[in-house]
Design a protein around this ligand. Structure first.
Ligand code: 2BA
Length: 146
């Protein structure tokens, strides 16, 4: 069982485990839904961050949000994709975390989210913290002798 002795694990700062922004697929405010769907399909990710011109985090867009926006009565209206902006379909409720926070807070949030967006005090996008990275660290921690 994970016990109080695992306090050092939960106290670990997330800073060293971030996937840095240049390695994260993203789209920009003003991009159309066709472009976003291309990015999502080509990278294989189910959701990616939406950033503004100054690299500040504005939202998240997923394949599901896009297909939902073009659902017609009896077919998917793909022809509407170029006319829809990511701004209109993105989720504004983005789970965020700062570099100075620890695994405890990250794990609390990662229960309900695949990944967290790491931002600085100006809300500039720093990168993401994924469930996979934290799970790998947890596995390492549990298997090492204490
Ligand atoms: P999903 O796209 O739903 O991916 C769920 C898991 O599937 C990923 O978990 C990863 O283990 C695997 N996976 C999916 N696509 C992959 C790919 N192209 N290459 C390698 N593995 C892939 P996590 O690694 O924990 O990622 C959690 C979520 O973070 C992803 O959810 C995605 O939405 C986002 N993400 C991860 N890396 C990203 C990146 N470089 N750029 C943009 N978004 C990323």
């Amino acid at each position: 069982m994970i016990s109080v002795t695992s306090k050092d694990f939960f106290d670990t700062l997330i800073a060293d485990f971030i996937v840095s922004s240049e390695k994260v697929a993203h789209v920009q405010l003003g991009n159309n839904a066709e472009h976003a769907l291309l990015v999502l399909t080509k990278t294989g990710y189910s959701a990616v961050p939406v950033l503004d011109m100054k690299f500040r985090l504005q939202g998240l867009v997923s394949t599901q949000m896009i297909t939902d926006s073009i659902l017609g009565m009896d077919h998917i209206e793909y022809e509407r994709l170029p006319d829809i902006k990511v701004d209109d379909v993105m989720d504004l409720q983005v789970p965020t975390i700062h570099q100075g926070e620890n695994f405890q807070r990250a794990m609390d949030l990662l229960i309900n989210h695949n990944f967290l967006c790491v931002v600085d005090d100006e809300h500039t996008f720093v990168g993401i913290l994924t469930r996979r990275v934290i799970m790998k660290q947890l596995k390492k921690y549990l298997y090492q002798p204490h």
